[in-house]
Design a protein around this ligand. Structure first.
Ligand code: IMP
Ligand code: MG
Length: 182
């Protein structure tokens, strides 16, 4: 029988480390936005569904939740053009917006999103990103970052490989043999 946790090389960020960091980020965000009214959290599906839910429940400021789904043309390794699969329900005009993303690799996705949402004239836009691959996309605009991770394929806590392993409570490096045929 297949076990639930297999196909990973090593755990990079444990469940405890994630939960601790999420609390810290929520505290900082709550402090930074205190007195500014309600903010709109925009979770980017599917990857940030867990992060968005966990972060939101630790915020002490008023907030709304909305979601967008994006897809990059082509497949994983080469990040290129991005397209919107599901757009926001609500108008963000004059609202304080916080984009919540699972991971920044090349930075294409978050940069595209930032540019698109800016045209809708929100009061402000910031980004909260759970993980960023070391040495990549150093110019990308990230306001709140959870963890820097090595430049390998990671799964768990929302992140997938071909839709698998998304619901693991930790972040792990996928076995190379699972995605590279040597
Ligand atoms: P970017 O546009 O190159 O920054 O890539 C960002 C998107 O690619 C993320 O939103 C993820 O959906 C996906 N991605 C990049 N690296 C990984 C990974 O290691 N695991 C899972 N998804 C990833
Ligand atoms: Mg994503």
């Amino acid at each position: 029988m297949e076990t639930l946790y297999h196909e990973f090389e090593r755990i990079l960020v444990t469940e405890e480390q994630i939960q601790e960091r999420v609390k810290q980020l929520a505290a900082r965000i709550s402090e930074d936005y205190a007195g500014m009214g309600s903010i709109v959290l925009i979770g980017i599906l599917k990857g940030s569904f867990m992060f968005t839910a966990d972060l939101a429940r630790h915020l002490t400021i008023p907030h709304y939740i909305d979601f967008m789904a994006l897809s990059s043309y082509g497949h994983s390794a080469v990040s290129g053009a991005v397209r919107i699969l599901l757009d926001l329900r609500a108008d963000i005009y004059k609202k304080h917006v916080l984009i919540i993303e699972d991971i920044v690799d090349s930075g294409n996705t978050i940069d595209y999103l930032y540019t698109v949402l800016k045209t809708r004239k929100p009061a402000s836009i910031k980004t909260c990103v759970l993980t960023q691959k070391e040495g990549k996309a150093v110019e990308t605009h990230i306001d709140y970052l959870g963890f820097k991770i090595p430049d390998v394929w990671v799964v768990g806590y929302g992140l997938d490989f071909a839709e698998r392993h998304r619901t693991w409570p930790f972040i792990a490096e996928l076995k190379r043999s699972a995605y590279i045929q040597d």
